[in-house]
Design a protein around this ligand. Structure first.
Ligand code: COA
Length: 388
């Protein structure tokens, strides 16, 4: 037996039961967020996600997420300024590596450009902001380059959400639009032990650097079963076109063994609470557009999109209940993400990278928490190959 190791830790694990999806396996205690899948409640750092989503800027959310997990802190104006400086650093990196943004896959580009950031295992608010600011900046830059627009220098007058929206839409965003993007970034900033967060924690547990943890998490988020669904949700809504066509389109997909994107969740047995938050945010944006628009055209288009989304959701929920009575499959976060980000005129190819721009706040909190734990994550496997 190795010196200093008790017999029990070297005992062979119970190899009878294999849990390939790790459903229900608790791998860590956390103060970052709690997901109650039975009643559909998400708490982020002690605050209900809806309250936080409608009252916090992304900078305030990051400050809350990291509070108590990092030894240092900054005032909110200092945090806002540090985010601006983080975007400036990312801008310089983007200029030096502009060819990377020509590649067509946005999450691939985000993964590659994020890996250009330097740094070690620092647990400081400045190091964290640098990464969080850059992930958003790189996400927005891909979209600009694809449209043939120049890289945009960050503007200190804007918050992270405002500056990203300015870059993504090439126009000065309204206060309501910025607030809606803050709602989005805040609401998706953390969600229990999801696949990308677990990935970040596994890498942190090896004592690898912060950037490597975030790059690995981006790789996990890229998958269509995790963060890759909102783009396809919008494509689905566009293909369906009108509420009357929802049933036949969805039946056809299901008959061909396809999954309906934006529906179903590993944890939620009820509707994902984030779907309701985004639905409300879309409603607020529409209300504002109606008040501001003289001809009402833009607002009407958005309303039609929201009505279509609700009809598709209802029909999909019914069809899925008929086919899978054993498992409730209801709208998840990505269903209304598609409609909200589309209402903000963010190109649908950038939806997953905008998800990363928000979730990076939570990843960094979990990285700090994992580092404090100081325990390598190393599960077991059951060998079923041949024995020579
Ligand atoms: N459309 C159609 N069928 C679905 C479905 C969906 N969106 N989600 C689950 N199912 C089916 C599965 O095919 C499976 O059927 P089977 O038992 O006949 O093979 C059954 O429901 C159970 O699903 P399972 O794969 O065990 O669920 P999970 O907990 O592993 O998956 C998701 C959760 C999110 C991966 C899954 O619901 C999904 O793929 N959703 C679509 C992608 C998406 O929106 N992702 C974003 C998540 S936030």
């Amino acid at each position: 037996m190795a010196k200093g190791v008790t017999g029990s830790t070297l005992d062979r694990p119970n190899l009878e039961k294999v849990n390939s999806g790790l459903d229900g396996v608790v791998v860590a205690e956390t103060v970052v967020s709690e997901v109650d899948g039975k009643i559909g409640r998400l708490i982020i750092k002690g605050v209900d996600a809806e309250t936080l989503g409608f009252t916090s800027t992304f900078e305030e959310t990051c400050s809350l997420l990291w509070q108590g997990l990092l030894p240092d802190s900054l005032s909110l104006p200092e945090i806002k300024q540090a985010f601006y400086l983080g975007r400036c650093e990312a801008f310089e990196l983007a200029k030096e590596n502009s060819h990377l943004f020509n590649r067509s896959e946005p999450m691939e580009v985000l993964r590659t450009t994020t890996s250009l950031l330097s740094g070690g295992t620092e647990k400081t608010i400045a190091a964290y902001i640098k990464i969080a600011a850059a992930v958003g900046y790189f996400a927005a830059t891909w979209s600009r380059v694809q449209k043939g627009l120049d890289l945009m220098a960050p503007d200190a007058n804007f918050s992270q959400a405002g500056d990203l929206l300015r870059m993504l839409t090439d126009k000065v965003p309204s206060a309501n639009e910025i607030a809606a993007l803050d709602t989005y970034l805040t609401t998706v900033s953390d969600h229990g032990m999801n696949a990308s967060t677990f990935t970040a924690r596994v890498v942190a547990s090896t004592e690898s650097d912060n950037v490597s943890c975030v790059v690995a998490a981006i790789g996990a988020l890229k998958g269509p079963l995790h963060g890759g669904a909102p783009g396809p949700v919008l494509e689905m809504l566009n293909e369906i076109g009108t509420p009357e066509k929802a049933e036949s389109w969805l039946v056809d997909e299901l008959d061909h063994g396809k999954r309906i994107m934006g529906m179903g969740h590993r944890i939620y047995q009820v509707r994902d609470p984030r779907a309701a938050i985004f639905e409300k945010a879309i409603g607020l944006l529409e209300e504002q557009a109606r008040l501001n628009s003289s001809d009402n055209t833009g607002a009407n288009n958005n309303s039609e999109r929201l009505l279509l989304a609700r009809a598709v959701e209802k029909t999909a929920e019914r069809l899925l209940a008929e086919r899978h009575p054993e498992k409730p499959l209801k709208a998840n976060v990505e269903f209304y993400t598609a409609v909200l980000l589309d209402t903000l005129k963010i190109p649908h190819q950038s939806f997953s990278s905008m998800f990363a721009a928000g979730r990076v706040g939570g990843w960094l909190a979990h990285i700090a928490e994992q580092r404090a734990l100081g325990r390598l994550i190393r599960p077991a496997s059951k060998y079923i190959g041949s024995n020579v």
